[in-house]
Design a protein around this ligand. Structure first.
Ligand SMILES: CCCCCCCCCCCCCCCCCCCCCC(=O)SCCNC(=O)CCNC(=O)[C@H](O)C(C)(C)COP(=O)(O)OP(=O)(O)OC[C@H]1O[C@@H](n2cnc3c(N)ncnc32)[C@H](O)[C@@H]1OP(=O)(O)O
Ligand SMILES: NC(=O)C1=CN([C@@H]2O[C@H](COP(=O)(O)OP(=O)(O)OC[C@H]3O[C@@H](n4cnc5c(N)ncnc54)[C@H](OP(=O)(O)O)[C@@H]3O)[C@@H](O)[C@H]2O)C=CC1
Length: 481
């Protein structure tokens, strides 16, 4: 019993009769999630099942992928380490997930008539997480998923008699052309409807040509279309109870269900791998610029609190919530790089190409210099060695790809933004003490050094799937350089 109390504080609360209000709210509910197979979606589902095992059903709109059927994908998610605790708290979890075939790129999402009927008549809450998060997506595709699909989902929502709240996940960078960003939806220069219409009749080459003009001072099609998506939400909210959550750079879990969980290469994760493996040793970054990272479990806790608040308090207008760390507990890229390197000393990655290093420079000339000396030259030399030994050269290709990636991220690591967090702080003050604990999104409590260490460890374990027993050998390997 004692052990169980430690493992599942949320449950012991329930047994003790002081159940969290938010957890109780989701009990018996039918919840629709888009993007449930993504990084954030999985953590959202996990937390919902763990804290509200009595929820009625989670509908997930999903497509088959990489040769796997919907059922196989669900099975894989539920059998992953992330869901270990859930299976103990909610043994019927398999029966509570309804995977619905849907492709958000298609008309009516290609959902069957029966499925659509069920969704329309039963859904109580919608969490819209699906998006394309690639920075280099062609505008047509980014508009389709981040704007048109949002519009279609709103239309569906407007036909749901039992719907209590619609929570739209956007990004804190949807207005990154501004330096101070308030919790409001900013107008876009061109109406989203006009953009959607034009995508229907313009051909790809013309779209590619006008993309830079359309996106203007936005850095890429992702942030641009997320801004358009927010406008659609505001314009077409009708009588719906809607809220928008804007996370900054979403990182590995901080606490729940366990620290350091991450399963994709987005945000800093890919660069941490490249640095730990010794490929990336210098980057164009401003050490003093704020590294506005936010753990994925913090985002999920805020999102669930927003769902409850929106449904129960029914604010008159669409509220926007910033889920950021910079103004409450700032960390900068210099400190982060330093801590990442310090962690590599303790827990190095296996078979590194070179000894990890992290030179940050905001100077263009120095950056070109480091790229030539630290990246391109070693790659050319290594490929020469591979050729000599009768193997296929690959390092130059890999390096070019990595440098292309870093060049796309540069915009975000050489600037600082200020996000106001009035609504988020207001919501925190509205929560009961149990809710503040069970759905903690108070980022002031985050210890960055500990978080970054767990993040790097999580990358090693869950992304690279390296065994901790290999650490002594990895250390030996680094000593040879
Ligand atoms: C000196 C160094 C020191 C370092 C140490 C210190 C570290 C600290 C400093 C760190 C600074 C951090 C800065 C973060 C700033 C983020 C700002 C975000 C702000 C906005 C926040 C948001 O709101 S934004 C949501 C997040 N959005 C992204 O962050 C997408 C970005 N990114 C892409 O837009 C594409 O990445 C881009 C780039 C086009 C390339 O594209 P690309 O095509 O070249 O490469 P890909 O990434 O697609 O994939 C390459 C290969 O990895 C395979 N792969 C993919 N996933 C996989 C998986 N899960 N498991 C296995 N393998 C996987 C894939 O299958 C490919 O393999 P294959 O070649 O075999 O097919
Ligand atoms: N990660 C981050 O740093 C940040 C993310 N955000 C926002 O958070 C939300 C979730 O992001 P995250 O979890 O990181 O993203 P992921 O890329 O991990 O997940 C995207 C999800 O969208 C689904 N999806 C994409 N295209 C389609 C389609 N055509 N039909 C059905 N489903 C589709 C994917 O399904 P499938 O598995 O089939 O591909 C996946 O479940 C997004 O709205 C993003 O903009 C905001 C700030 C930062």
């Amino acid at each position: 019993m004692g052990r169980e109390r430690n493992l599942f504080p949320e449950l012991s609360e329930r047994k003790g009769g002081t159940m969290s209000t938010i957890a109780a709210f989701y009990s018996g509910k039918s919840i629709l999630i888009t993007g449930a197979t993504g990084f954030m979606g999985k953590v959202l589902m996990e937390k919902l099942f763990r804290t509200s095992p009595d929820l009625k059903v989670i509908y997930i709109l999903m497509r088959p992928k990489a040769g796997q059927t919907l059922q196989q994908r669900v099975f894989q998610i539920l059998n992953s380490k992330l869901f270990e605790k859930v299976k103990e708290v909610c043994p019927t979890v398999h029966d509570k997930i309804r995977a619905i075939y849907a492709d958000l790129n298609q008309n009516d999402f290609a959902i069957s008539r029966e499925d659509m009927q069920e969704l329309l008549s039963c859904t109580n809450i919608i969490f819209h997480c699906a998006a394309t998060v690639r920075f280099d997506d062609p505008l047509r595709h980014a508009v389709q998923l981040n704007v048109t699909a949002t519009q279609q989902l709103l239309l569906m929502a407007s036909q749901m008699p039992k719907l209590e709240a619609f929570i739209h996940i956007s990004t804190a960078f949807s207005n990154c052309n501004l330096t101070h960003i308030d919790e409001v939806v900013y107008p876009c220069p061109v109406e989203p409807k006009k953009i959607i219409d034009s995508m229907e009749w313009l051909d790809d080459s013309i779209i590619d040509e006008i993309t830079p003009k359309l996106i203007g001072d936005q850095p890429n099609t992702y942030t641009y279309t997320k801004a358009l998506g927010e406008m659609v939400v505001q314009q077409e909210s009708g009588n719906l109870n809607i809220a928008i959550v804007r996370p900054s750079i979403v990182g590995a879990t901080w606490q729940e269900p366990f620290p350091g969980w991450v399963d994709n290469l987005n945000g800093p994760s890919g660069l941490i791998i490249a640095a730990g493996k010794g490929f990336l040793r210098a980057i164009k970054a401003t050490p003093m610029a704020v590294a506005d990272l936010i753990p994925v479990d913090t985002v999920v806790n805020l999102t669930l609190a927003v769902g409850w608040y929106t449904a129960v308090h029914r604010p008159k207008s669409t509220l926007v919530y910033h889920c950021t760390s910079g103004n409450l507990n700032p960390c900068n890229w210099g400190k982060m790089g330093f801590q990442v390197l310090a962690t590599f000393e303790k827990i190095p990655f296996e078979r590194a190409f070179r000894r990890p290093n992290a030179d940050f420079t905001s100077n263009n000339f120095m950056n070109q210099y480091w790229n030539a000396v630290s990246h391109r030259a070693p790659a050319i030399i290594y490929d020469f060695y591979l050729r000599l030994t009768g193997r296929k050269p690959r390092m130059t290709k890999l390096m070019n790809r990595l440098l292309r990636t870093t060049s796309m991220l540069e915009y975000f690591i050489n600037r600082s933004w200020e996000w106001s967090t009035y609504n988020t702080e207001m919501l925190m003050s509205e929560l009961s003490p149990e809710d503040q604990r069970v759905f903690n999104f108070d980022v002031r409590q985050l210890n960055w050094l500990e978080y970054i260490e767990n993040y790097v460890l999580g990358i090693k374990k869950y992304l690279l799937k390296e065994d901790m027993a290999g650490i002594p050998e990895a250390k030996q390997h680094l000593k040879r350089f």
